[in-house]
Design a protein around this ligand. Structure first.
Ligand code: GLC
Ligand code: GLC
Length: 649
């Protein structure tokens, strides 16, 4: 049964009984105007999920009060930013945009120390910094901060909320936005809600999925994917204190929130608004695929997960419209696309491009990359990809089996090959990676490792092989070059930019040794930044390679920023007549064009020049080398791992 009512009537009644006297006149007017614009959608979403519950309207009224309070606490400078962003809503599609994700402790080690890193960000051209989760979290293992104990408190080892606000303001002054995590699928078992649940408080026990025995968990588990099988089998953890089974998709200390309870939606909205009001430009929606559970399904990407995210989006439009959502859905490509919408997540990680760049590097072949991108790269013009090569997590081979099968590729075998290749178990592999989350039941496995080690630098330095070092550097520049030139915001993962090798020290730390993702969570110390900024000179082969990578990335970023074609423009994926080459064309509404051609092999490759016809000019210039390329009958030659950014002249 649904208590269907008209959203207009509902809003009138809610407003009639909502006290707006604490708001300034201007804010009250803004609030009412935005509610009129967005409440109908919010109403539709909220009642879709909660309409069958007798207290739905009570919670909806409470939600409106929360939104009011959120607007009241928003600082004047941020309200000004809201107006500005509403006028330039597609700022994130700009060629200026370049992101970097970094851990405060690995770069700081505190928030205050990060002020000194601003020149480093600026030297590279970074315009947004994603500060990895910095909230209060359990001591010891906290899943790298993704087990949040208090969204309103900064982890004391990193600083305070005031420090964060100070840093955000300092970065903004330099044209750098801050992106924060919104970890809303779960809290840590030390969050106040979890503690209340642990003490037996029924109201808070309903914030989570708790079960008295295994009967329901067993039914769910028939169809659930295991995310961290190396930590614990299954998706539930028995809690001795409560004598209950707790739904824990990730680590056992990360308790999944129960979104079938509207009180949870409201409570987490309040936390979200707190984060938005700290001044961030975007919130990264962590593990968003998992927030809705439906018996008999894999409990990922459910329809109601989308509806809830759309409802959160409405709340943001009402209180903090300058803030956008970034989707972190590391799932099947068709499912990744479903989160991308102006009314859901305006930004999304591009895990398919990421995985297939690595695939092409291993196989030296581009068919799977080309066909997959032809199918899945196009998204709405008012949204944008966040293209990345490495991040703090593992690499999962989330390509579409159907696309692979059309090419005669057996997905299971191919994933096995990729895991073997990147963990260095495959004869002749250049990579030094570490297997992650091997599942003994079905053979699933993912890969960890730093950009540099996976690209072969670690092995090349060990072997003292100058040619192998050179190839490793070229691989790194090739992969990042594609993220700088294809449609979307490129996102650097800090430590990649100076080609740091795997850090194996986590194996000696008992809070980290079971989680091999720590191999690619690497400190960037003052020695590294001094080398990058030219205050010191390289003293080893490794340092020379680091500097080459830093300079190479810096140059490509600078070129990207000089040409509007890298901003708001379409990406057309092209076929090439050489199986080792990947190509795409950028084209904007002003008729500007850019052709990118890449060679994924360590051997020179030649291509038919007919590809250049897409530029509709007889000559073009490679923006990376300034060389002119003519339309003539001889084939076009690409050096090992070379990429060309061709602009018509
Ligand atoms: C996201 C994070 C990952 C974390 C998980 C659970 O996938 O990127 O590091 O383990 O969510 O929060
Ligand atoms: C899985 C999940 C993803 C998470 C990752 C962490 O791939 O789908 O959300 O970030 O595991 O390892």
């Amino acid at each position: 049964m649904s208590y269907a009512a008209d959203s207009g009537v509902c809003l009138d009644r809610i407003l009639a009984s909502t006290d707006l006297s604490a708001l300034t006149k201007k804010d009250a007017a803004t609030f009412t105007r935005r509610l009129k614009a967005h409440f109908p959608r919010l109403f539709e979403k909220y009642t879709f999920v909660y309409g069958h519950q007798y207290d739905c309207y009570f919670h909806l009224q409470k939600l409106v009060e929360l939104l009011r309070d959120g607007l009241k606490s928003r600082k004047p400078a941020l309200k000004a930013l809201d107006s500005q962003r509403l006028k330039t809503p597609l700022w994130y599609s700009d060629e200026e945009q370049v992101g970097m994700a970094c851990y405060v402790d690995l770069m700081g080690p505190t928030l205050n120390d990060l002020h000194e890193k601003i020149p480093y960000f600026k030297a590279l051209g970074v315009t947004y910094v994603h500060l990895m989760p910095l909230y209060d979290a359990p001591k010891g293992d906290s899943d790298g901060g993704y087990a949040v104990s208090d969204y309103r408190k900064v982890n004391p080892s990193l600083g305070t909320v005031k420090d964060l606000e100070k840093l955000t303001a300092a970065l903004q002054k330099e044209g750098i936005n801050v992106v924060l995590d919104f970890v809303f699928n779960h809290t840590s078992d030390e969050h106040a809600w979890a503690k209340a649940a642990l003490s037996g408080d029924k109201q808070y026990q309903d914030y989570y999925y708790l079960f008295d025995d295994r009967s329901i968990p067993d039914q769910y588990e028939h169809t659930l994917r295991e995310i961290f099988p190396q930590v614990r089998r299954g998706s539930f953890t028995f809690n001795e204190a409560m004598e209950k089974w707790v739904w824990t998709t990730f680590n056992s200390f990360q308790w999944d929130l129960n979104y079938s309870n509207p009180e949870v939606f409201n409570a987490i909205t309040s936390e979200m608004l707190f984060l938005a009001n700290l001044g961030c430009a975007a919130l990264r929606l962590d593990a968003l695929a998992f927030i809705w559970k439906e018996m008999g399904t894999n409990c990922e990407n459910q329809e109601k997960a989308h509806v809830l995210i759309q409802a959160f989006n409405c709340c943001l439009q009402i209180v903090a419209p300058a803030v956008v959502f970034k989707s972190e859905a590391i799932v099947h490509p068709d499912e990744v696309l479903k989160y991308i919408d102006k009314d859901e997540c305006q930004l999304s990680y591009n895990p398919l491009l990421m995985a297939l760049l690595w695939n092409s590097l291993a196989t030296r072949k581009t068919r799977l990359l080309t066909n997959s991108m032809k199918k899945s790269f196009a998204i709405s013009d008012d949204c944008t990809w966040v293209n990345y090569v490495r991040c703090h997590d593992d690499i999962g081979w989330t390509f579409d089996d159907a696309v692979a099968s059309e090419l005669g590729i057996n997905s299971f075998d191919h994933r096995y090959f990729l895991n073997q290749f990147y963990t260095g178990r495959f004869e002749g592999s250049f990579a030094n990676g570490v297997p992650f989350a091997e599942n003994p039941s079905n053979g699933d496995c993912r890969v960890c490792g730093s950009l540099a080690s996976l690209c072969g630098l670690e092995g090349a330095i060990e072997a003292n092989d100058p040619q192998a070092i050179d190839e490793a550097v070229k691989r790194m520049l090739l992969l990042y070059g594609i993220t700088f030139s294809i449609g979307g915001i490129p996102l650097l993962y800090s430590s990649d930019e100076i080609a740091k090798l795997n850090d194996y020290s986590y194996r000696l730390d008992e809070t980290k040794s079971h989680d091999d993702r720590w191999v690619n969570r690497i400190a960037v110390n003052s020695g590294d930044t001094a080398l990058a900024l030219g205050t010191t000179t390289p003293e080893s082969e490794a340092q020379t390679a680091s500097l080459q990578v830093f300079e190479g990335l810096k140059q490509m970023i600078a070129i990207r920023k000089q040409h509007a074609i890298f901003g708001q423009s379409k990406t057309h994926i092209l076929d090439t007549d050489n199986q080792h080459c990947f190509a795409f064309l950028r084209e904007n509404s002003e008729g500007q064009k850019l052709l990118v051609i890449c060679n994924f092999s360590e051997h020179p490759q030649s291509l038919h020049r007919s590809l250049l016809a897409t530029l509709k000019q007889s000559a073009s210039k490679d923006l990376l080398t300034d060389e002119t390329v003519e339309m003539e009958s001889s084939p076009l030659e690409l050096a090992p791992y070379q990429q060309m950014w061709l602009q018509p002249v």
